[in-house]
Design a protein around this ligand. Structure first.
Ligand SMILES: [Zn+2]
Length: 448
């Protein structure tokens, strides 16, 4: 089995072993075998990593990767404009090849930015061919992925059944699960409407389906009034809530609901930058922390913002610190004596918390012997990083894409010395541009 020795790097494990100012990581096959200050191995390929900080591969817990060819299109839209122009507009003209190229380019960009696991929340899939195209692209990229199978949200035409009355297509999700069973880098889960966006009957159907099939049920919660206000109570009464349920956004939940959902072990994903931009409200980071919990984070929409997860950690951290600091000033009339949240906690949102959301914390999210070899070499000997006084502070606050030197997924290098491997980007970008042009022009969209 192939062995790689990553030698002489500073290592942020996010594990009980703690950080190493200088250490070696031995990778065997797809897994980490050992992490120690100095390892002596004869038969491994040695990668000299002096000047780098190794961190766990980042986990993007929520992204609609199908929108990659529409980068920037929605940058000035509120959530209401986004529903109308994206879901009821641009989304409706996507063909399977549009899904493929957007998902491929989006996934490759995630690797390029240091993400090794992506929760792809795919809800523009009106035919099985759309699903197959998106999944083929995830596989082609080499990223570790969870494909969350969703459903489109078009404006219902005359005589058409509205999307919120349509139960999740169980047969399709079963087809996908059967087809991709046992694949090392791909899981299939359910992106459901939930009580915020569907009728009670649909919510009950979808949550029962997730429970019966052993799927994570992820749903958006927020953005206007809930379609089924009492839906959560019914779902709990039916025993359908638990640690397999993931709430994205969550602003509309009351404190009592949030506390109860934390007790039930449900997970939460925030898309801090997009939530602030589109009008959702403040990310719920601080509200979760008061119940001893934390969010995972997601990019959500590349049609609005950039795909880099460390930026998301930085923005979520800054936003919550701002809220906490203002609250302190209002209560005490002074500047706070200390920060409420550390950079290490922010790094956990894009590593460990993402792993927990995907129920994969035993395999990914930190660097430890026995875990999957998903890791990033952050080049720290550059102008924007030196000098390094604290590894985590530098990683969270200083790192840019220029510092993402190498990325390994399941023991295989996907990026080395600043370049993606095994991919010719020129035809990808040409096809991506053509798809973006076709989709926007088909609706005569004016981008301003
Ligand atoms: Zn979303």
């Amino acid at each position: 089995m192939a062995r790689t020795l990553i030698r002489g790097a500073a290592i942020v494990t996010m594990d009980t072993q703690g950080d190493l100012a200088q250490g070696d990581i031995l990778v065997t096959g797809d897994s980490i075998t050992e992490i120690a200050p100095r390892l002596h191995v004869d038969d491994a390929q040695v990668v000299e990593a002096r000047g780098c900080i190794v961190i766990p591969g980042l986990v993007n817990a929520h992204m609609h990767t199908w929108q990659t060819a529409l980068r920037g299109v929605a940058a000035n839209w509120t959530l209401l404009e986004y529903f109308r122009k994206m879901h009821a507009g641009l989304a409706t003209v996507f063909e399977p090849e549009d899904m493929h190229i957007a998902t491929l380019a989006g996934a490759l960009n995630q690797i390029n930015c240091g993400t090794t696991t992506l929760a792809d929340w795919c809800h523009n899939n009106r035919t099985p061919q759309h699903n197959d195209a998106a999944i083929a692209a995830l596989q082609q990229s080499g990223l570790r992925a969870a494909f969350f199978h969703g459903t489109p949200k078009p404006e219902p035409g005359p005589g058409e059944r509205p999307f919120w009355e349509i139960p999740h297509p169980r047969a399709e999700i079963e087809r996908l699960r059967k087809r991709h069973q046992g694949e090392a880098l791909l899981d299939i889960h359910a992106a459901v409407l939930g009580p915020h966006y569907s009728t009670l009957e649909v919510a009950l159907h979808d949550f029962r389906m997730a429970r019966e099939l052993g799927l994570i049920a992820s749903l958006h919660q927020g953005g206007g009034p809930a379609r089924t206000p009492g839906g959560w109570d019914r779902l709990e009464a039916e025993g359908l809530l638990g640690d397999h349920v993931n709430i994205v956004h969550g602003h509309a939940l009351s404190d009592a609901q949030l506390q109860r959902f934390c007790e039930l072990g449900m997970s939460f994903s925030a898309a801090a930058e997009n939530e602030m931009s589109q009008g959702h409200g403040h990310p719920i980071t601080g509200r979760l922390r008061q119940f001893g919990r934390a969010p995972s984070l997601g990019v959500d929409l590349e049609s609005v913002l950039g795909g880099d997860m460390l930026s998301q950690a930085r923005i979520a951290l800054g936003m919550q610190r701002s809220l906490d600091n203002v609250a302190w000033r209002e209560a005490h009339g002074t500047i706070p004596t200390t920060s409420t949240i550390t950079t290490r906690e922010a790094l956990s949102w894009v590593t460990l918390e993402g792993a927990r959301m995907l129920k994969q914390e035993h395999r990914i999210g930190s660097l430890a012997a026995g875990k999957q070899a998903d890791l990033v070499l952050v080049r720290a000997d550059m102008l924007n990083m030196q000098p390094v006084h604290d590894l985590v502070n530098t990683v969270v606050m200083q790192t840019s894409l220029a510092n993402i030197d190498s990325v390994m997924v399941a023991g295989r290098w996907k990026k080395r010395e600043g370049r993606l491997l095994e991919v010719d980007l020129a035809p990808v970008l040409t096809s991506l541009a053509a798809s973006g042009r076709r989709v926007t022009e088909s609706l005569g969209l004016q981008i301003s």
